[in-house]
Design a protein around this ligand. Structure first.
Ligand SMILES: [Zn+2]
Length: 406
């Protein structure tokens, strides 16, 4: 078993050790007699850093994991060269990463205790990510006031700069102390993290020595999950970085509206209402325009044996407008075939016939697509297609009209 130096001192960033094993596959790794590197466990993620000896170059430690037999495995970026069992080495932990983890993890203890003290809501799991952390609370509901009160209490405890002690006790003793959480482990000795007069829990992670070192806890999104409610939070410098990022985004958004950041919701709501109204007005205009357009086109189309074939190419009109126009045309009169196209924004064709006409618009469209290299199809009465190039579009329509006229 590796002696875990971080159990007694979370602020130990460098240490001397002896190599016990050199592993080469599946990944190069070292086992040491003792280590200050924290392996991923209990929701907290691993430390990174370096290991070197007098003879070897500096080796990057890129991941640290717990083996089942109690050894701590230090995964290296590259094979460890001349190092072998018995070599003396010096380990150095990435201190800013460790400090961040201590802030997040200790922040979690304070926050979990705050929810328990205020509302009797126990924490059932803790997750630490690269961006944010979260706890899952065992509760069917969570109110905004509860979030705000727990955040407030947690920050007050941080401000009071309470001492955080590490204690080792037997499982029997621990049972009498009223811990917030007692792990279901077989081990007889338990490591307790004691935030003076506020929280006592069993935990193997790295924590600050005074709550003031957590600096702050900022609660973020809450979300219903299967086992209760998930509360996202950030602590320490992450809280400052997150607030800075939020402010930058909000300022950018406010500038778009030429508004103060506090007026962004109101400005956004107003803009959305305007868009809704304009959409409605646009829809109505398109409908009226298509109806008027259809009447003019139909009046110009010559009639031959009860059939009027309307052939027309538009530009600057999208496929939706062309379809709308085709529907107006074929409903205005019972004997209409509309062969319509638009050259822009995207070259497209629409073929339609009044209900009861004998042709097959879908088949005609398929034929036209084969000739023009486009894609499309449809039903017997209405078909549409898009083509890569609008140059020959008018000629295509005329060719289709010619086949219909026989
Ligand atoms: Zn902990």
């Amino acid at each position: 078993m590796t002696d875990r130096l971080y159990y007694r001192d979370s602020f130990l960033y460098d240490f001397d050790a002896e190599v016990r094993e050199v592993l080469l596959s599946p990944r190069p790794a070292l086992i040491l007699d003792c280590t200050a590197f924290y392996p991923t466990s209990g929701g907290q993620i691993f430390d990174t850093g370096s290991i070197r000896s007098d003879a070897s170059a500096q080796l990057r430690v890129i991941e640290v994991a717990d083996a089942e037999d109690g050894r701590v495995v230090h995964y290296l970026e590259a094979p460890p060269g001349d190092l072998k069992a018995g070599s003396r080495v010096h380990g150095q932990i990435d201190a800013s990463r460790r400090r961040d983890h201590m802030q997040q993890h200790s922040g979690q203890h304070v926050l979990s205790a705050a929810f328990l003290r205020l509302y009797n809501l126990p924490t059932i799991s803790f997750h630490m990510g690269d961006d944010y952390c979260s706890i899952d609370l065992d509760t069917p509901a969570l109110r905004k006031e509860q979030i705000e009160a727990a955040e407030r209490l947690a920050n007050e405890i941080i401000l009071e700069n309470r001492t955080v002690d590490i204690r080792f006790v037997s499982r029997d003793e621990a049972g009498k102390l009223g811990l917030r959480k007692l792990p279901p482990s077989e081990r007889d000795e338990l490591r307790l993290i004691d935030i003076r007069d506020f929280d006592l829990t069993a935990c193997g992670g790295t924590h600050v020595a005074q709550t003031g070192q957590i600096a702050s806890v900022l609660l973020r999104k809450i979300e219903k999950v299967r086992q209760g409610w998930r509360v996202e939070f950030v602590a320490g410098l992450r809280a400052v970085a997150t607030a800075r990022r939020d402010f930058t985004r909000l300022s950018e958004t406010a500038a778009l509206f030429s508004a103060h950041i506090y007026d962004v919701p109101q400005s956004a709501r107003k803009a959305l209402d305007e868009i809704k109204l304009l959409r409605k007005q646009h829809e109505q205009s398109q409908e009226e325009l298509a109806a008027a357009y259809a009447a003019v086109l139909l009046a110009d189309a010559p009639e031959a044996s009860g059939l009027r074939i309307v052939v027309h190419t538009l530009s600057g009109r999208d496929l939706n407008f062309v379809k709308r126009l085709a529907q107006k045309l074929t409903r205005l009169s019972p004997g209409v075939v509309a062969l319509l196209a638009t050259t822009s924004p995207e070259p497209s064709l629409v073929f339609a016939q009044s209900a009861g006409q004998p042709f097959d618009m879908g088949a005609l469209m398929k034929e036209t697509m084969t000739k023009t290299g486009g894609r499309g199809g449809g039903t017997k009465d209405l078909a549409q297609g898009g083509i890569p190039n609008g140059d020959g579009i008018e000629a295509s329509l005329k060719a289709v009209a010619a086949t219909l006229r026989g």
